[in-house]
Design a protein around this ligand. Structure first.
Ligand SMILES: CSC[C@H]1O[C@H](OP(=O)(O)O)[C@H](O)[C@@H]1O
Ligand SMILES: Nc1ncnc2[nH]cnc12
Length: 290
């Protein structure tokens, strides 16, 4: 099996540079349409797939992004390692606008999204105790360091429903909970990547101090865009640095991300719904076949 890098581009990241044989591919999935076509090609001999999470032109809101379709599309293309690039607010003075954070934990406060590929007819329970792939996150950290940006290794991401930003009381509460950054999209994306047995890492680009900071006031979308614009070159450079770091032949993930479904399916084979099994053929085909 060949290793393939997927990039899920967040706010401000709607394209990547330098792909050879670049083609926008429309992908159908049993879960509906992904946010957009997927840009595929190779970079330094490594196959890559890029999907703008909100669609080109930022059409999908965090609540309407079809996360299941996006992950299924990446899996169909053969993505083994998926790096998310996201804009976030910061709860820490030292995680300043412009900095990058390699997220390693999540608190999921989203409530209006489909969060699993599984359900009635085929029930499965995977572990997300360690919701990101340690190996891929380490490589993303190295790639970020190579760009020269200030980068923090590890951080807890509070996933909120949105689309409105948090109240000051919520912002202060999340700080007390020990959260480091806040965004609206990495959940259920990370959970679904785990169900699809794809290694997942999250690169968070700090754009603001949310609304807790006495010296910074409320979140200001104009300031967010300015910070994102000033940082796009770092995000693109990070993506460009990934192939050299991941170019070695595929080796099973030491953390088991690529085997997450091994013992996860609870529904007895003779009680599984054939229509549901058919829908799961891409993401869970490895364990459902045979
Ligand atoms: C640009 S402000 C809020 C918007 O930005 C983040 O999107 P993404 O995670 O895709 O970079 C945040 O989650 C909100 O969707
Ligand atoms: N303060 C914030 N809250 C939620 N999502 C964000 N994305 C960027 N800044 C954010």
């Amino acid at each position: 099996m060949q290793r393939m890098i997927g990039v899920m581009g967040g706010s401000g990241v709607y394209e990547i540079d330098g792909l050879e044989q670049a083609t926008w591919q429309e992908i159908d999935t049993p879960w509906g349409a992904p946010s957009d076509a997927v840009l595929t090609g190779t970079l330094e001999g490594v196959k890559m797939a890029f999907l703008p999470r909100h669609g080109r032109g930022h059409v999908q809101s965090p609540s309407t992004v079809n996360y299941r379709a996006n992950i299924d599309a990446m899996k169909q293309l053969g993505v083994t390692d998926l790096v998310s690039v996201s804009a976030v607010g910061s709860f820490r003075e030292e995680m300043a606008p412009g900095d990058f954070v390699i997220v390693d934990q999540f608190i999921d406060r989203t409530f209006a999204r489909e969060k699993s590929f599984f359900g009635t007819g085929c029930v499965a329970h995977v572990s997300v105790a360690h919701p990101v792939c340690e190996r891929l996150s380490g490589l993303a950290y190295e790639a970020a360091r190579a760009t020269g940006v200030a980068v923090h290794k590890g951080g807890t991401y509070l996933a909120m429903e949105g689309p409105q930003f948090s109240s000051m009381a919520e912002s202060k509460l999340y700080r007390e909970w020990g959260c480091d950054v806040i965004g609206m999209t990495n959940m259920p994306e990370a959970k679904l990547a785990r169900e699809a047995e794809i290694c997942y890492a999250s690169v968070a680009m700090v754009t603001d101090y949310d609304s807790w900071h006495p010296d910074h006031g409320a979140v200001d979308i104009t300031a967010i865009f300015a910070t994102l614009k000033a940082n796009t070159h770092h995000a693109k450079a990070l993506v460009a640095a990934l192939p050299a770091l991941l170019s070695e032949a595929y080796a099973p993930c030491e953390h088991g991300c690529d085997r997450a479904l091994e013992f996860a399916i609870m529904t007895a084979p003779d009680r599984r719904d054939p229509a549901v099994i058919e829908k799961l053929s891409t993401v869970a085909g490895r364990v459902l076949k045979g």
